[in-house]
Design a protein around this ligand. Structure first.
Ligand code: M6R
Length: 611
């Protein structure tokens, strides 16, 4: 899970690559490197962030109209200068950048060592470029053919770009399992892990498919597959604004993305939901709408925050569609021997659309006859393409590693799918259907209102920023929100946090409570309100410090909790769209106050494209 970018054309390649790498840093930031043709094929690389590399490169006179760069999230070999990409071949005439994992690299490495190859790094990627070099020498073939032959022998996942000192205007790229987009400019070409480094230059793109090899030379693009069959590039026009991927005056992407939520939820509903017309249309689910309607059970697979969205969706589908739902961690599902029957429907939720475990889970389910519906944010992503049908969340690019606006957009899409299915199945009355549409349409304004709590939450954050542990408790629809609140805090502030169903507290976690323990209750007015009030009292009786997210106007909890954060009222099912907002802000402010790198927390990457 790394970011790759490459350029060939009339411009200076280095600034294009450095800017592109900064946009891709969410994919990994252990080290960065570039390759350029500056008289000869030169590689510069360094442990740390792209800016560290940039500072080093600024001291040199580097001119090249072709180049490639890489930002790494370490898999094989610790993060250091040597393991950073690009990697040279033995004769230093080839260089490679790679995102993915070559699973059979160890046996290939042994074979190459026995032929006299020496390796500098511990990476699987270096083995691949040596392997290509070896094949080229032994078969006396072109570089493209050597790449093709090598890829037929590789097990694993890759998006690669290769440059050669002997073909100074050529970029060769290939993918299997890791994303790669080709940008088509005027007599110039771009390659990147996603479209964000490309969009300011061109919106014409080609998404490379698995097992395809792209050759960019002589101002032209040719694509073939690893079986040597020429493929016709499918050119798409992207609808993405540059400002959508920049910070727009916010200190961090995460804060920008939190504040974008009124807009992103609205964008997600746009053209799909109209309360006035009592209409709900999901253009992406047509052919398989009947399959979902008739399914006897639904399986939801996802990871992390997307899994939390899946938990909320379980309640949607059960409540509105009366459909049994199983919500699975994709990473567990893929390694069990899950019972899947022909006609089962699997919903895969993924912001990036590239999460390896989720992709593998749907491939498994699909091979056993399930219908796959994807709920992805990134258009053209691997999961979107591996699904039969689906609905995009249209939240816009999410750059901060901590997922925020993708979560609320996922909830919005899942709610719309469930409600539409309920209407088709006849498990919801027309008046309830209309009532829910009206309430959903009000959500963006209510999120706007919840965001006004920012100052109060910043104040509370200051009082709790030095705590070592947090407990998050909620019931019903707010239980997954408790999990999400705890995950947000853990991942960006490095404070230990646990989310629990509030009633489960008595079965263990209550032992943790003392005067040092902050307990965040999501205690909005819903069907379990009274029960949650009792849970608050149990915590108070043990001197825990209660921060309660309550419905506007709540008097009762006000008298018990140290702090109450009042959010607008809404229907119980839609409350997660509002109750998560203060939790996102709480984790954000605490992380900033602890001087943590909010957008790029340690050890994490935005999309986890390895197991
Ligand atoms: O791109 P995906 O939605 O498939 O990603 C799944 C998780 O890796 C992701 O939600 C992760 O947990 C986030 N860092 C949470 O903020």
């Amino acid at each position: 899970m790394c970011g790759i970018v490459a350029y060939v054309g009339e411009r200076e390649a280095l600034p294009v690559i450095i800017k592109g790498l900064k946009r891709l840093e969410y994919r990994g930031y252990d080290s960065a490197g570039v390759a350029l043709i500056n008289g000869e094929l030169q590689v510069f690389k360094k442990k740390g962030k792209v800016t560290d590399l940039e500072t080093q490169l600024n001291e040199q006179e580097l001119k090249s109209n072709i180049g490639m760069g890489h930002t790494r999230w370490a898999t094989h070999g610790e993060p250091n200068d040597t393991n950073a990409h690009p990697h040279y071949s033995l004769d230093k005439k080839l260089a490679i950048i790679h995102n993915g994992i070559i699973e059979n690299y160890a046996s290939l490495k042994q074979e190459l060592i026995s032929k006299g190859h020496e390796f500098i790094s511990e990476t699987d990627s270096e083995v691949l470029v040596h392997f290509i070099e070896d094949i080229k020498a032994n078969n006396n073939c072109t570089l493209v053919e050597a790449v093709r032959l090598a890829l037929t022998k590789i097990i694993g996942a890759y998006a690669i770009v290769i440059m050669s000192q002997d073909d100074t205007n050529t970029l060769i790229a290939a993918r299997k399992g890791s994303p790669l987009v080709i940008g088509l400019g005027k007599e110039e070409f771009f390659l990147a892990s996603d479209a964000t480094p490309i969009i300011e230059y061109t919106n014409e793109v080609v998404y490379l498919n698995d097992h395809e090899i792209a050759v960019i030379e002589n101002n032209g693009l040719k694509i073939k597959n690893t079986e040597d069959t020429p493929m016709t590039p499918y050119i798409q026009t992207l609808d993405m604004e540059l400002e959508a991927i920049e910070k727009g005056g916010y200190e961090h992407f995460m804060l920008k993305e939190i504040f974008e939520q009124p807009r992103s939820v609205l964008d997600c509903m746009r053209g799909r939901l109209s309360a006035t017309d009592a209409r709900l249309t999901l253009g992406g689910i047509r052919e398989y709408a009947g399959a979902l309607e008739n399914a006897e059970r639904l399986i939801i697979v996802a990871c992390g925050t997307s899994w939390h969205a899946g938990l909320v969706a379980e309640y949607f589908f059960e409540e509105f569609c009366r459909l049994p739902v199983e919500v699975e961690y994709a990473s567990e599902f893929r390694y069990r021997n899950p019972v899947i029957k022909e006609g089962d429907v699997v919903i895969a939720i993924s912001q990036s659309g590239e999460t390896a475990d989720t992709l593998a889970a749907i491939e498994l389910a699909r091979s056993r006859g399930a219908i796959i519906l994807g709920v992805c944010n990134v258009v053209g992503s691997s999961i979107a393409r591996a699904s039969h049908e689906g609905s995009y969340t249209h939240a816009g690019p999410e750059i901060g590693v901590a997922s925020t606006k993708a979560f609320t957009a996922q909830l919005t899409v899942l709610f719309m799918i469930a409600l539409r299915m309920a209407q088709r199945k006849g498990t919801i009355t027309e008046s309830k259907f209309r009532e829910m549409l009206v309430e959903m349409e009000n959500i963006p304004n209510k999120i706007e209102k919840a965001l006004k709590l920012n100052d109060q939450i910043e104040y509370i954050s200051d009082l709790f920023k030095d705590k070592s542990n947090f407990l998050y408790l909620g019931r019903g629809y707010n239980f997954p929100v408790a999990l999400e609140g705890a995950l947000k805090l853990k991942e960006i502030s490095y404070i230990h946090a646990e989310g629990y169903p509030a009633a489960e507290m008595k079965h263990g976690p209550i032992a943790l409570i003392d005067e040092e323990m902050p307990v965040v209750f999501i205690a909005t007015r819903d069907s379990s309100y009274e029960k949650v009030v009792s849970n608050i009292q149990e915590v108070k009786a043990r001197k825990g410090k209660v921060i309660a997210i309550v419905t506007e106007g709540d008097k009762l909890i006000n008298q018990m909790a140290e702090f109450v954060i009042e959010i607008p009222a809404t229907n119980e099912a839609l409350m997660p769209l509002l109750s998560v907002i203060p939790l996102q802000l709480l984790s954000y402010h605490i992380a900033v106050m602890r001087d943590c790198n909010v957008d790029q927390p340690r050890n994490l990457a935005k999309s986890v494209t390895v197991e």
